[in-house]
Design a protein. Sequence first.
Length: 312
Amino acid sequence: MDSKGIIDVVIPAFNAAPFIKDALSSVIVQGQIVGKIIVVNDGSTDSTRQIVENFSQNHPNFDWHLLNQKNSGLSNARNTGILFSTSEFIAFLDSDDIWLPNKLNAQYSVFINSQDKKLGVVYCGYFLINSNKDILLEKYNVIYPKLKGYIYSKLLNGNFISGSGSSVLIKRKCLDQVGNFDESLQACEDWDLWLRISKVFHFDFIDKEYLLIRVHYANMQKNRLRMLTSELMLLNKFVKNKEINFFLLWKIRTILVLLKINPDDIEGFNSCDPLLKKLFSNFRLKLIKIYLHSLSWFALLYLNKIKQRDLS
């Protein structure tokens, strides 16, 4: 099968000037398998646009598309790229991440050699790097690729798609069937999409690191609160669909108790489903606090792990 131009690449970019050239360079080394390279400039106020324009002019053999829009968030930018793409496969790359050579070809080979007619997503392993592109081996927990086939029930316990957005190669028909990224989520948008896809399609992986994910140290507390809000909104989606994710419920309750946060202080809580509000009532949280007291060492360890995971 001719693989030339069979994968469109979507790169959302907001104030990405320090790192986007590395990302773009890692796309063109993938070779002729790349179709459209769609960079969605999400209202950047730095030199992102000029860097992309200059880079594309210096590499005219690729099909470049720079889409400029007002700042609308990561999920909206990805969706803009999805709507503009036309190929059978789509790959996402965050503007501060880097693909290693042969990533796309290796993932495409899994698709064409698989006997699984429901295969919709192939992901890969990754390394964490700092701003200087030094690989971080000890400080953070890396999620290794392990899940394949029908993985919905396992994904309920966390986003175990290693590398998440920048690691996956997706068949377009997956998005056509289950929809694109949920723009109401400021975080967890990847996990939400994988859950929806995994209800219908199967996943597979390459047990090799083809991705470098950059870790940022700034605004850790702000990111923690944003993540907490998004996890609550994701749980609210389960409740509205007459489902419940007990892992996510326990996780949020644990964080609320340990960080001494009132549910009413979380953005969007007052607009949540009444049943979800009941699950976070003061009485229930008091019971949880008593329960956690005897397991505080475990809860603190767990909280530390999810903080580390959120950095990636």
